[in-house]
Write a protein that binds this ligand. Sequence first.
Ligand code: ADP
Ligand code: MG
Length: 250
Amino acid sequence: MIEVHDLHRHFGGFRAVDGASITIRTGSITGLIGPNGAGKSTLFNVIAGVLPPTSGRVIMDGEDITGLPPHALFHRGLLRTFQMAHEFSSMTVRENLMMVPGGQTGEVLWNSWFGRKRIAGEERALRARADAVLDFLTISHVAEEKAGNLSGGQKKLLELGRCMMVDAKIVFLDEVGAGVNRTLLMTIADAIVRLNRERGYTFCVIEHDMDFIGKLCDPVIVMAEGKVLAEGPADSIMANEAVVEAYLGR
Ligand code: ADP
Ligand code: MG
């Protein structure tokens, strides 16, 4: 689904991503691991149109998507999750889901004058969809809660939920398990697996928890110092000497 060719992203003279090439197979849950500062988040940001590359190409389904802005990628079904924007924290969890663009109507004046009935119907459908997403993620009980009051793990589930409000093709998750307790981490893992199997979502996940990566991801790509160091099934990656060395340092 995604091919990244010889991607560079430099900051001044510093090569955060230094000629990385990766492939993300349709239907896979691909893991991206590597020591802090390896360039993983920068690579995600370039793929997701948040940062322009210094050079290199990103191809999605055979089409060049290099440098397209996030909203254009969103329309192609490519999503990168972000921490909840501040202004959403005072809205309820359900409202947060109903706000996701693509599900909305009513911004257009024409609609607001002539389409009231239709909007009411669509709003009901949107609400039903939000409730189905909350049910899927096992967080129906916090539907009316202000999003800002959620635990770290519940916020991560809400981020996933926002991806489910549109029909995403590929979702990029950056450290989805950071600061999340074990139980919620497993709930998040379950949600990812179900979205993958039942809805056909492809995932690329950056995560430090090797247990999570080992259970979920195939293949696993290892980055170090802006380059791809190794790629393969989790067990062979974890037995790879160069990978162990990159983590332990010289
Ligand atoms: P990772 O996600 O693998 O921990 P990052 O992609 O966040 O690594 O960062 C890779 C390197 O690039 C780090 O050394 C970081 O300090 C540097 N870097 C990231 N973003 C910027 C930026 N906007 N300006 C300057 N340096 C940056
Ligand atoms: Mg990072």
